[in-house]
Design a protein around this ligand. Structure first.
Ligand code: AMP
Ligand code: MG
Length: 318
């Protein structure tokens, strides 16, 4: 009788231990947090204990990069460059130089489809007012005269940017979010976070393995263009790097029955006309994926796929 009781107790204890172990395997510790930066919702999910301070530090760095690259902030590096005259050496942060140099490489490889000097044109397209109107053709033609990618010199040692023409102005809106997502990921990794996913308005980058899947892969749903948020047409899998979507539905207005979106074809100064509504690029970094997604949207499927291949990236069109 005594023996039976002991065996029974051992079984109960073992069952409890197994139950707890099973529960721990499935309830991975995580810290999730969101902030509104870059005019969009930026979220970080870190699967790690005591990650709160690390995620807060990653957001501080994100906010700093936002301030450096904000076209509308007169104290940003971008505004300092835009105000400068030809030949003036403008001292900027290393992040600003990194972004401009990557943008110029992708600008060259995309034969100008990605062009950060499009600011004079992109600022004619106002998506924020209640009753947006497309700019007139003459203003777009005049603004296009001020654009061109081979007009900025960077110096990584002196930390300076120099323009060749007074009128050159830059807009880093097509690359800065992806770059900031990479910087946040790098900071989390340095702080010892083994596993995290960063999503800055569709600019995604991952750290380590996904603790929620048996193969460690991260599965990313590609939003159905113009559908409700959370409706996905396709899924891509990544194990590292970034996945970034550029889409017409992310910023647009309708006027006289036509749709005008925010991805500009530098050849025309008007929204790029394509048969698809979104381009998703998976690349070794979110910064490259961000610029490539914008460039590939403009280039079209054939040239876009060739550009993706050159950068070790994959691409999906929806
Ligand atoms: P994304 O959402 O990354 O595709 O970037 C779109 C944003 O980048 C726009 O809101 C503009 O600020 C800027 N942009 C638009 N067209 C281009 C282009 N062809 N090259 C570089 N930046 C662009
Ligand atoms: Mg982009």
């Amino acid at each position: 009788m005594k023996n039976k009781k002991a065996v029974f107790s051992v079984i109960i204890v073992l069952t409890l231990i197994c139950g707890l172990a099973y529960r721990n395997r499935n309830t991975v510790l995580k810290h999730e947090s969101s902030e509104f930066l870059f005019d969009t919702v930026c979220s970080i999910t870190a699967y790690s204990s005591a990650a709160q301070d690390k995620v807060a530090a990653a957001f501080d760095e994100t906010a700093r990069i936002h301030r450096l690259t904000d076209f509308f902030d007169e104290n940003s590096d971008v505004s300092k460059i835009n105000r400068a005259g030809a030949g003036e050496e403008v001292t900027v942060d290393i992040h600003t130089i990194n972004i401009i140099e990557l943008a110029q490489r992708i600008g060259t490889d995309s034969k100008g489809a990605f062009d950060i000097t499009l600011a004079p044109v992109s600022e004619l397209w106002d998506f924020k007012t209640d009753t947006p109107v497309p700019p007139d053709k003459a203003s777009v033609a005049d603004a296009l005269e001020l654009c061109g990618r081979d007009v900025l010199l960077t110096d990584k040692v002196k930390l300076t940017v120099t323009k060749a023409y007074d009128q050159t102005r830059i807009d880093l809106g097509g690359i800065a979010k992806g770059y900031a997502a990479d910087a946040a990921a790098e900071l989390l990794e340095k702080e010892g976070v083994d596993s995290a996913i960063i999503d800055f308005g569709g600019n995604i980058v991952v750290v380590g393995k996904n603790p929620k899947t048996s193969d460690g892969k991260w599965r990313i749903g590609l939003q159905t263009p113009f559908a409700q948020t959370g409706e996905y047409s396709k899924t891509v899998e990544i194990t590292e790097g970034g996945a970034v979507t550029s889409g017409t539905y992310q910023r647009y207005f309708e006027y006289d029955g036509a749709l005008y979106h925010h991805i500009i074809n530098p050849e025309t100064g008007y929204p790029a006309q394509q048969s698809y509504n979104s381009v998703t690029v998976c690349a070794p970094s979110a910064a490259a994926a961000d610029a490539l997604a914008t460039a590939i949207f403009v280039l079209g499927e054939e040239e876009g796929k060739a550009l993706a291949e050159k950068w070790g990236a994959s691409v999906e069109f929806l």
